[in-house]
Every structure is written in C-alpha cells, then in structure tokens.
Design a protein around this ligand. Sequence first.
Ligand SMILES: [Mg+2]
Length: 334
Amino acid sequence: MSTQTHLNSKISNIEVFRLPPRWLFVRVETDGGLVGWGEATLEGHTEAIEGALCAIRETFLGWDGDRIQDIWQHAYRSRFYRGGPVLMSALSGLDIALWDIKGKKLGVPIWQLLGGKIRDRVKVYGWIGGDSPQAVVEGASLRKEQGFTAVKMNGTGALDWIDSPTQLSDAVARVRDVRALGLDVGVDFHGRVHKGMAKQLAKLLEPLQPMFIEEPLLPTQPEEIADLSRMISTPIALGERLYTRSDFRPYLERRAIDIAQPDMHYNKGADLFTYVVDPSVFAVKEGYVNAPEGPGLGIEINEALVRETAAQYATEKPWRNLVWYGDDGSLREW
Ligand SMILES: [Mg+2]
C-alpha cells in the first residue's frame, strides 16, 4: 500500500482530455505542482477509456506518484479482471504521465532513468495511408521532401476471405511505385488479409524487400503467423494490439515475429505536432529524429490549446473507425 513519504510527489489531480481527431490525453499533477502528461488513446473506444480512468482516478488520488511500479502493479493486479485494450490503455495514460513527472522532478529525460541512451537518434518512417491507392505515391513523395527515408503504407483495402488476385497484384504495384522513389517501405496488412491470401501477398511482396510486413494476420493467430514466418524472408512486425509482456509471450516462444511493435497511429486534422509547444523536437533529418533531451518526455504540451480544444470537442461524438462490408453484405476487417 502506498504511503505518502514524498509530500511533493502526492498525486493531487488526474484530468482527461478528449482531443480531435481521436486522442485521449491524461494530465497528472502532484501537490508539489509538477505536471506530467500521458496518452491513453484507444481509437473508437474513447468513452470506455474515460470510464476506466474514472476508476484509476478514484484509486490513485493521494498516492505517492514516485512509486510508479507500485501503482502499476496495483492498477494491474489488484482487480480480478486485468489486461486488454481498455484497462491497459487507461493505465498507460497514467504510467506515462508519472514517468514524465519523475523525469521533470529529477531534471533528466526518461531514458536517463531507464539506463541511459543506446543511440543518439532514432530512425523513423512516415505514414502514407494506402487505403486509397491513388494517394500513395503522392504521400510518399511528400514524406521524402519532409526528410523521411522510409514510409509505411497499408497493403490493401477491404478484402474478402478469398478475393480476386487482382487485389494482390494491385497491392504489389503500389509498393513497387513507392520503392521506385528510393524509399524503404513497411507494409501494414492491418489484420485485414485472411490467411489464404496473406500467404500469397507476403510471397508476392518478398522480392520488393519490404522492411517488414505488419499484422500479416490477426493478433489472435500466433500459430498461423509463426507458420507464415517460416514461409518468407520478410521480417514480421506486430504488437499494436498486444498490451502486456504476457501478450507477446506466444509470439516470442514461437519465434513468430521479428519486430515487437508498440502502438502507433496516424491522424487527420491534427497531427503529432499540434499540441506540442516546440515541434522541433520531432524534426526529421535524413530519416532520423534526435533523442529528446528535455526532462521527462522531453516535450512541452500546449496546455492552453489542449483545454480550449477539449472544451470545443466535448459535445462532439468521439471518433469511430469505418465499418467495411463486401459486395455480398458480409463484414470486412478494417
Ligand atoms: Mg498497424
């Protein structure tokens, strides 16, 4: 049980901000006046996260915010039901904010608290869509101009269990077009290609040497992904829909993936820089972003803009993903 040994680290407030297009920010304040920011976004399920954060607020107000692990263990283990996208996204929002606070309190970046840097800069890719094929080359060219050397795109649009082979050759042509610009490419199957066609598409893409294929099947299919991994030489990335170390375990045990990939997302209308005071921390140079040097997360949130935008957005319906249907009326994976 937490005891309030560090008065100025006591959690005095936890606020949640719903922000367009589909973010959920968490602001944690201590009685010493330190503020940390976290992100609890689970796009399409905003209200569920807000509900989970109500319980987190009720539990952890007054706790010593320095005890990050203790808080994580209590949030995760003290209730009978645990894990999953809703509870873990909510907990992540609090957890990130507490690390931000601790870094600010000690005046160091979070990476300093985790053992120090192992690289000075991080290679990044830019998202270019792929759901609407015609926009792919345009998007890739723009990313190249912005300084990226690599992009990620969706492989296909909606697919039937067994669809026309044309869908596969079109996907290959789009990837080839982007590679022709001199860019490295990651191809996100988005779990929307079913096993029969995922095998084919992975094989067809192999000669184009994607950096990786992502979620080649649904994250409920570790055995099938392990089978696929043995069939192709292309690295397999997955993890966006896994939430804990134990969720990754079947993939690691089966040597099914090459890249453990935490959640990332793209946005329209508001982007990575929108709510950050100084976007230069994310400046892309020759395909890399420098490790942030500021304390905590190394970014400063534009709190006034967050509050103003969240107030305007409060009456709007939260973002929902598209629901796709085939010509036969059956549901397609999005
Ligand atoms: Mg993905």
